[in-house]
Design a protein around this ligand. Sequence first.
Ligand code: GLA
Length: 679
Amino acid sequence: MTTPLTLTPEQPLVPGWATGTITLGCDYNPEQWDESVWHDDIALMRELGVDLVAINIFGWAQLQPQPGPFDFSRLDRILSMLHEAGIRVNLGTGTSSPPPWLARVHPETLPQFANGTLAWPGGRQAWCPSSVVFRQKAIELVTAMAERYGNHPAVAVWHVSNELGCHNALCYCDASARAFRTWLRARYGTLDALNSAWGTAFWSQRYGTWDDVLPPRATRSAGNPAQLLDFKRFSSDELLDYYRAEAAVLREHSSVPVTTNLMVTAHIQTLDYFSWAPELDFIANDHYLDHRLADPLAELAFSADLTRGLAAGQPWMVMETSTSAVSWQPVNHAKREGELLRTVLGHVARGADSICFFQWRASRSGAEKFHSALLPHSGTAGQGWAQSVELSSVLDRLNPVVGSRVHARAALVFSWEAWWAAEGDSHPSSLLRYLPEAHRYHRALRALGITVDMVAPGTDLTSYDLVVVPTLYTVTDAASVAIADAAAAGATVLITPFTGIVDERDTVIAGGYPGAFRELLGLTIDEFRPLAAEATVSLSSGAHGSIWTDAVRVTDAEIVASYSDGPAAASPAITRRPVGSGTAWYVSTVLDDDSLLRLARDLAADAGVPIVEVGYDVDVVTRQTDTHHITFIINHRSEPIAVPYAGLDLVSGETVTDATPLPAGAVRVVISERSDRGA
Ligand code: GLA
């Protein structure tokens, strides 16, 4: 018997789309299969316990093979069959990829690259986000879908398009140019204001008429960085506007929750999801392990924490992940034994209450035929199906987790705008990359068992004990005030290189770097002193850095470590300034892993945040209810580990003590009564 849980009234047990159990779901592409296969599929879905199925994600060409009326007959049938089987539907609006005829009849809907070439149909998402014609055709389909299925009893979720912006976020065509101008007029009002914001006095770029303003098309030299930054903002807003248009139609005809699958991941940076999140009825993320990265599991943890940040702590959904290999990386690694469960629990630990897969049945043709699936090419006889069955049974045992929340004492300020701006051209060093910096700080905290909330700049940070601000190159006043307030309220705040350098127009905040944080940190940087690609520097504390150093002049701070060598030799490298009841730290280089871990320990001690030395390949995350702690321990290591959590293990059903080792590759979800109740 599982210990009963109680939730506070402010914590609704489940959001509207969920059922009180951990949802197991999948994408299903019935259009790829003969109808005779559908019966087998649905029987096997029931056998596996699949209870949410996403359909019609790429259905447009089947619904409307030629310009003219829609044929919903097959979609009607599969919806009825799923409903009769008691399986809920996550219904795609089907607009993600238009049928081939649209490009023939309306070639102006095709998106354009920065160099003026067109992206052709034959892949997917071959449409310009600013195309009036595309939007009109897509909204016709969405309206027909909403009218027909808005009250269908099977439909539990509306799934707008698919991974908006995955391939077409940045379009440079004439329609995009017109829409960009409209967006700029709304932002700046006058051409003078635009000229001033973009610094067009430089290189003879001053605009005399709006008609000359273009997207940042390919140039022979570095482009205008403020124009590039605004184009990224515009492109994110443009697709959000498109999402809103579909959502408005759905909401007019249906009370079913509306969302879309975000891509909080390392290789897509085009949408500012903090501005998107309020428009989604619940947050859904697609996540795949990225083996091009040095530490894909650390990135999973980062993505899941960031997704929880978008969900403002509410339960969220993994709308897509893979059972094993994907098909779009240079080498598509199969998951090792137990890795499916470990990675899935990495998401659940960080707040996901629903786990859905791409896809149900492995395709036999098309670009994704070697992508793994719940039902692989080997059918139910192989190891793949056995793993799917095992996963389903473990998820069933985790139902008590549903509705519990993750509580974090540390926050990391994350910003898509800073990511876009920090990685612009013509900076002191192209080696300093925004996302890897953010990843590395998150990874070090994870290795110490510290759970991190990821928050947007400007968020009130005063409830956190530890706040990390990696490379927040561009800042608003509201963001810098919130960071300073956190320190004044008692937090330990860490600021890293190239933070607080420019305002939101990408204009340098004058008077010495980092303009936005000089006072908070009690220092001034006179000059950046970046390092050559392979160069490293030593610090007086024994730490080592690379990529970046600064010539730092301390005005009111303790020097924790100085540079022993390198272009900033003798300059302070790490500083600490008491501020109110907290502290503000600065680190001016990219520390190596060991040095970063040591710094993270010092910061945790300074902040009074307890640590558990689990290392990089173990996840320890606690979810909580009013009465219970539920701690996930995921051992990615090939050796047993000792973990100090005692209670009932929901996975094995056994009671474990502090001394019960967790075997190699195993997972444990320990539930225990909170000792801090009422605290
Ligand atoms: C994305 C898409 C899916 C599929 C998977 C493959 O997440 O949304 O349609 O292409 O990738 O990994």
